[in-house]
Write a protein that binds this ligand. Sequence first.
Ligand code: UT7
Length: 348
Amino acid sequence: MSRAAVVCGLGGALPATAVTNEELAAQLDTSDQWIRTRTGIGLRYVVAPGESTSDLAVAAGERALESARRKADSDSDAAGTEAEVDLVVLATSTPDRPCPGTAPGVAHRLGLGTVPAFDVAAVCTGFVYALATAASMITAGVAERALVIGADTFSTILDPVDRTTRAIFGDGAGAVVLRAGESGEPGALLGFDLGSDGGGADLITVRAGGSRQRSTGEPPAEGDQFFAMEGRPVFTQAVINMSESSQRLLDRVGWTPGDLDKVVAHQANVRILHAVGEQLGLEDKQIVVNLDRVGNTVAASIPLALSDAAAEGDLVPGHRVVLTGFGGGLTWGSAALVWPDIEPVTRS
Ligand code: UT7
C-alpha cells in the first residue's frame, strides 16, 4: 500500500431558477422534442442576476465539507473531523473576474484561512484536471486534505440568440473532499489519464476577453464576447477521447470494461454517453445519466452526476468507477476509484 488521495466528502449545488425546454422554446426557434431527442436534456438551472460562480462554489464546498464531517463522525475519526482543509482547487471557465483567480475568495468565504487556493481552467474536463492536481499534491506530501470544486455559470456567457448552446448548458457546482490515506482504501484515487489537443482550440471558445483580443486595442467583433461551439466535430472528438482515455486508464489500473460498475462521464449529450458506452462495450446500466435534469454544467458536471447517482443509490460503496471528461482546449481526462461509503450533501 502507498500514500494516496482518498475521496471522503461530496456535495453539490444548483441555482434556484430552473428553465424547462418549453420555456426555451417560447423564446427561441426550438422545441422540447428537438432538445430531448438530440441531447436528452429536459431541464437546466441558471443563476439570478448578480449571482456568480463563486456563490455556487461556496455552496457546493460547504456541502462537501459537511459530507466529510458526517463521514468522519460515523467512522468516529476524531482526527478526520478536526482536520483542516489545507488546499482548495477550483475548476472553472467562468471565473467571477478575469483576474484574480476565484478560488482564494471561495476559500476565504468558507472560512478556510490562508490555505493555497487556485483555479484550473480546462472547461468540461476541469474537474478531472483539478482532482488530478489535488491528488498529486496530496501524494507528494504538499497537502493533507483538499477541497476540489467544479463550478461554472455558462448562462452568463451564452449568446442569448444561440438556440443550440442555450439548449444544452446549465449552471451548477459540485465538490469533493480528498484526504491523505492508503491506496488500498475505498475512495482512493487509483490513477489518472489526462490529455489535450490545442489544434482544436477554436472548436469550443470565447474569442474575446483575453489578452490576444485586448492587445489589438480594438473593441471585440459583434458576438465574440459569447461562448461558441462547433457541435458536430466536438461530438465526434468527445466520443473518441472519452472512450480512448477510459480504456487507457482501465489498462493501467488492470480493470476491464466488464469489471466496471459505473462510468460517470461528462454530461454533455445522452447520445455521446451511449456512444462512449458502445465503444467500451458497456451496458446501459453501467452508464450514469443525470443530464436530463441539469443539462451540461461544464466543470460541475461530473461531481453533480456523482452526487445524484450516490443519493439515488445508483452508485454504492464498493462500486468500481471510472470518471471521464472531455471539453474545450481540447482537453480530456479520466480517473478511477472504488466508491467509498460517503453520503452526498446536495441540500443545506
Ligand atoms: O461540453 C463540452 C463538450 N460539448 C459537447 O460534447 C457537445 C457536443 N455536440 C453535441 O452535443 C451536438 O452536436 C449538439 C447537441 C450541439 C447539436 O446536435 P446535432 O445533432 O449535432 O445538430 P447539428 O448541429 O448537426 O444541427 C442539426 C440541425 C440543424 O438544422 P439544419 O441545418 O439541419 O436545418 C440545426 O440548425 O438542428 C438544428 N438545431 C436545432 N434545432 C432546434 C441546432 N440546435 C437546435 C435547437 N433546436 N436547439
